[in-house]
Design a protein around this ligand. Structure first.
Ligand code: 13P
Length: 255
């Protein structure tokens, strides 16, 4: 009997860590070594804006690799200096990363702004990956912050469309100390319950991000309720990223 593999998302957030040249070299390395077609897996690369086109042209022919932008427009009509137009974005990307905690903290992006961007992305046919964190919780309700972030999305999304949720605890980002798997499991379960309460659907993919590497990736991907990972630092070299992809595939085969 044919085994049904768990569908997994392996996302690479290159942030602003690479030059355009290094981004191209990394994309070329991924291209030449991803000969093996992994099954039931979507790999999404998020380069910085200036590298988007170059990276896309290198990876375009690999069907399991998609390209995403690290932010998206709030509204397609207004003119906004420093932003990429909605039509440009939808021509060159498949995904868009929204509400990363670095943007929420440093740029003051609010739940409402993230929700408006998610709406716009869905209208354009892009898949938003909405990052949520547990900030602003209380001892009585540690999930209060996440709930507010999810409710805001639901208030704004006018049309049903696919989106992903990435749980990224701030303490685990860029520290080398990933979150406790029990915390990730419980939070993913809570996110699913909230989503089904808010919009009657619990089949929205939930990912984990924060110091993911080849050694710990299986422990997250084998959790029930976790459909993928969002990788920062360890997605910046061909070796470290493809080791994560390989481990993800091994984890699928073990389940
Ligand atoms: P690190 O994997 O470097 O901790 O980054 C996580 C992250 O912020 C991905 O969006």
């Amino acid at each position: 009997m044919l085994k049904i593999l768990k569908y997994m998302y392996i996302l690479a957030n290159w942030k602003n860590s690479l030059s355009a040249e290094s981004s191209k070299r990394l994309a070329e390395g991924i291209y030449s070594r991803l000969l093996h077609q992994y099954l039931n897996m979507e790999i999404v690369i998020f380069p910085d804006d200036i590298s988007l086109l170059g990276v896309r042209s290198i990876l375009d022919s690999l069907s399991i690799v998609k390209i995403g932008a690290q932010d998206g427009p709030m509204d397609k009509t207004s003119s906004l200096t420093g932003s990429i137009s909605a039509s440009n974005l939808s021509k060159f990307c498949d995904y868009v990363l929204l509400g990363h905690s670095e943007r929420r903290t440093i740029l003051g992006e609010t739940n409402e702004m993230v929700a408006l961007k998610a709406t716009e992305a869905i209208e354009l046919g892009l898949v938003p990956v909405i990052c949520v964190t547990k900030g602003n919780g209380t001892v009585f309700d540690p999930y209060y912050g996440i709930k507010a972030q999810l409710e805001s999305i639901h208030d704004h999304i006018r049309r049903q469309g696919k989106y992903l949720i990435a749980y990224e605890p701030i303490d685990a980002i860029g520290t080398g100390i990933s979150a406790d798997t029990e915390d990730v499991k419980n939070t993913a379960e809570t996110i699913r319950k909230m989503l089904s309460g808010i919009q009657g659907s619990s089949d929205i993919p939930v990912l984990y991000g924060g110091s993911v590497n080849a050694k710990n990736v299986s422990s997250f991907l084998s959790l029930e309720g976790i459909d993928g990972v969002l990788v920062g630092g360890e997605s910046l070299t061909v070796d470290s990223f493809l080791k994560i992809v390989k481990k993800a595939s091994d984890t699928q085969n073990l389940q």
